[in-house]
Design a protein around this ligand. Structure first.
Ligand SMILES: Cc1cc2nc3c(=O)[nH]c(=O)nc-3n(C[C@H](O)[C@H](O)[C@H](O)COP(=O)(O)OP(=O)(O)OC[C@H]3O[C@@H](n4cnc5c(N)ncnc54)[C@H](O)[C@@H]3O)c2cc1C
Length: 309
């Protein structure tokens, strides 16, 4: 929001609080909303209780020229130390649900990937197993086209329902109209995903359970757990050339910046070892990017998202 708008509307805050009650808050510590456990405050924080409240809020925000930033589970997002201006939007618990109708599974965008994976397994539906290895929400997984072990969310998706921040209306977008990339899509930034539909293909529970457990085991062996990280920092170049290989090859796997370190188990995982600041993580990112470029000529592209000032 620009200063002019704020000065001309002294009661801005009260109006929003009156309208949206305790779902709208000021000056909220965002460090709990990122897996790095880092980040300054959100100027404003809004947790809509349902779709109608979200639309009502987005109309107000649009009319008042208020910047909005949507976050999911924060497992792929580094929040800067000075926090985020405008309103950070995080979908409330009513956006976390799963249901099945014939051969279609629907999930709210705030549903954890693992919850959807287990729901599909309980209904004897295959191809959702990989989601049990990804610690985010369905909204984040779609934006990132998240996946592992040759699966990704685009392969099971049928459509998404979104609220367009400019038009403030709900729309359905079919999978065919979305271009999925490696860890990304061509979806415009002004969409908030509220739910998604997936194709349900039946299989035996035994097979599904085995695949899910095998994937979880494989993940545990190759990646660190119980640490403050957002997973892979950089995108892989291709199937053969992984980002971790370039980091190792360039001798960056021992780099650190304050308490921002690189995981010994997987050197594409950058870690807040306790007392790091977001700026330490960012400095470490820049240092590694520069060295890898000098050594290999490859410009590593970020997989994690960085938000804030
Ligand atoms: C230990 C660990 C392991 C990981 N392993 C994998 C892996 O194997 N494969 C993989 O692909 N990723 C992996 N990740 C990264 C991360 O879990 C995924 O990218 C995940 O899908 C992000 O979801 P999120 O809800 O946490 O998104 P966030 O980090 O909250 O947001 C990511 C992006 O999605 C946008 N977004 C979130 N919700 C919505 C919404 N409702 N509407 C519109 N935009 C939205 C945000 O604005 C942001 O741009 C890992 C992370 C960790 C910490």
């Amino acid at each position: 929001m620009d200063e002019g708008t704020r000065d001309s509307d002294m009661n801005f805050n009260q109006i929003f609080i009156k309208k949206f009650g305790n779902t709208f808050q000021q000056n909220v510590d965002l460090s709990h909303y990122s897996w790095f456990n880092l980040g300054g405050p959100a100027e404003y924080f809004f947790k809509p209780k349902d779709k109608n409240q979200l639309i009502e809020f987005l109309i107000e925000a649009r009319d008042k020229n208020l910047k909005t930033t949507i976050i999911g589970a924060g497992s792929n997002t580094l929040i800067r130390d000075n926090g985020v201006k405008g309103v950070v939007v995080k979908l409330g618990s009513n956006f976390s649900y799963t249901k099945i109708n014939k051969n279609i599974i629907e999930a709210g965008a705030a549903t954890f990937d693992r919850k959807l994976s287990n729901f599909a397994k309980d209904k004897n539906i295959k191809n959702f197993e990989f989601l049990s290895c990804i610690p985010g929400s369905i909204g984040g997984a779609i934006i990132m086209n998240s996946g592992c072990y040759d699966d990704d969310i685009s392969k099971i998706l049928l459509s998404i329902n979104v609220i367009d921040k400019k038009e403030c209306i709900e729309k359905e977008i079919k999978k065919e109209d979305i271009k999925f990339l490696y860890r990304g899509t061509n979806l415009p930034q002004d969409l908030i995903i509220i739910s998604a539909k997936f194709k349900a293909v039946a299989d035996s529970k035994e097979k599904i359970e085995k695949k899910q457990n095998d994937m979880i085991k494989k993940k545990k062996l190759s990646q660190p757990s119980q640490i403050k990280t957002c997973g892979s920092t950089f995108k892989n170049i291709d199937k053969e050339k992984k980002a971790w290989m370039l980091i190792k090859e360039s001798g960056c796997d021992i780099f650190k910046e304050g308490d921002a370190i690189i995981s010994k188990k997987h050197c594409n995982f950058f870690v807040n070892n306790g007392e790091a600041k977001s700026s330490d993580i960012e400095k470490l990112i820049n240092k590694v990017q520069k060295k890898v470029y000098e050594k290999t000529g490859v410009n590593l592209e970020l997989e994690i998202k960085i938000i804030g000032d």
